[in-house]
Write a protein that binds this ligand. Structure first.
Ligand code: GLC
Length: 436
């Protein structure tokens, strides 16, 4: 009995000791979680130079904040779908090899049981720096399973130099996008660039296509895959029409290879100067504005088109930083995640990486506003963007897989959208969701 009390007291002391009271930006001591020398491993990266940015931040943490903590940054697969599969293997083995995981905003319900409840280490005051909506996104049954890190929303990238050359405007509707893309493509090909395409996006059967296709549906007045109540929303005339329309672009204004494009393949075409328009996340902005980029200062970003002007939709994306329940260095891991998601480190992150902040204060930061002009139209992203269906819960990956597989089939011309959406509706009903 006495021994048990002692253990409990020890746990209490450790827990209180672990509660951070000061943070780096207050000019106070940095909370490192431990004074002992420890090594923690963070799995993150790798889309478009991501790894270098994280490695540089880890170096700064070790040099300036917590020299006793060695942070190793290891790479995840580029595709979020493959990343989840890899993480699930690690979790199954309950391995202590990885301490910190970069986690997609759509995963918390599926992996929560393997993650530490951050709110046991960081108090409400410390967490109040984040938008409440984004804390909610990483909260599963009352447990906060990740520090929010950055957000994202689909955006339209347009080549302003080419719009000017052909006397055209940034498209507001999908019909305008198709017509504008065609004119520019015809013109550029006539001038000798046989590799030029009108529009690129993410068409590979993976999570990214779920994001693009959800935007097509919602911006056309169609459904949201599942309603918040769990009713299936894929088989409606507006959704069918836009899916058929996008499919008709493949091979015409969209490269046939789009069927296997993730973010990086579409950016490769765009960044080589070979596309008039691209749908992508905001990471492609900073890369396109790099000093050696051929498209530097020749493009802009705006909300995506819709069926009618103003009907734009952006799928809510983003990532958080989670600590594994199987970590042997929980406090140091939480401390590093906390440091990475504080104001100063986030400014460095966003300047290098673009993306969208999860701290309201960062939208007011003059340096960021200057470097990332899209902040002006995305400051309400966490409220206005379309979330992927949270109601799917632990079934999210299965729902998304059924959805992106069906949409990819339509893009490939294997099935008409009406057939594909009818089949998908039944497949989602088999997963337990309600028919409309
Ligand atoms: C981006 C988004 C993420 C999404 C993924 C799809 O990384 O931030 O939420 O799932 O793209 O490819």
């Amino acid at each position: 009995m006495a021994k048990r009390m002692l253990v409990l007291a020890l746990i209490a002391v450790l827990a209180i000791g672990a509660l951070p009271t000061v943070s780096a930006q207050d000019g106070g001591d940095v909370w490192c979680g431990t004074d002992e020398p420890v090594t923690i491993t963070f799995i993150a990266g790798t889309v478009g130079g991501e790894h270098e940015v994280y490695a540089a931040l880890a170096e700064r943490f070790m040099a300036e904040a917590c020299p006793n903590v060695t942070v190793k940054v290891v790479e995840r697969p580029e595709s979020t779908t493959e990343t989840l599969a890899q993480y699930q293997q690690f979790f199954e083995g309950q391995s202590a090899e990885l301490d910190l995981f970069m986690v997609d905003v759509v995963w918390p319900a599926m992996i929560a049981e393997h993650l530490v409840d951050i709110s046991e280490y960081a108090d409400d005051e410390l967490l109040s720096r984040f938008y409440p909506a984004v804390l909610d996104a990483y909260t599963v049954e009352g447990r906060l399973v990740a520090f929010p890190w950055f957000a994202g929303g689909g955006m339209l990238y347009s080549r302003t130099d080419l719009l000017e050359k052909y006397g055209l405007e940034i498209p507001q509707t999908w019909d305008e996008l198709a017509a504008t893309a065609k004119t520019i493509q015809d013109g550029e090909r006539a001038e000798g660039n046989a590799n030029f395409w009108g529009f690129v996006f993410q068409g590979s059967p993976y999570e990214g296509l779920t994001c693009d296709a959800l935007e097509w549906q919602v911006s056309s007045g169609g459904g949201r895959i599942l309603s918040p109540e769990g009713v299936i929303e894929v088989n409606d005339p507006a959704s069918i029409e836009i899916f058929d329309q996008v499919a008709s672009w493949v091979g015409d204004i969209v490269p046939p290879d789009v069927l296997s494009y993730t973010e990086e393949e579409s950016r490769a075409v765009w960044q080589a100067g070979n596309a008039a328009f691209m749908r992508n996340w905001a990471y492609a902005y900073t890369l396109g504005q790099a000093d050696d980029a051929v498209i530097k200062d020749k493009f802009t970003v705006t909300p995506l088109p819709g069926k009618e002007p103003g009907m734009s939709a952006a799928t809510l994306g983003g990532w958080g930083i989670a600590v594994s329940k199987y970590s042997a260095n929980t406090e140091a891991a939480v401390a590093f995640a906390n440091w990475l998601t504080e104001y100063d480190a986030l400014v460095e992150f966003h300047l290098a990486r673009g993306e969208q902040p999860v701290l309201p204060a960062l939208y007011e930061d003059a340096e960021l506003q200057e470097a990332l002009p899209y902040l002006a139209f995305t400051s309400d992203i966490l409220e206005s963007a379309t979330p992927r269906p949270g109601v799917a819960g632990t079934q999210y990956a299965a729902v998304s897989e059924a959805y992106y597989t069906a949409v990819n089939e339509v893009l490939a011309g294997n099935k008409a959208a009406a057939t594909a959406m009818g089949d998908l509706e039944l497949a989602l009903a088999d997963l337990g969701f309600e028919l409309p």
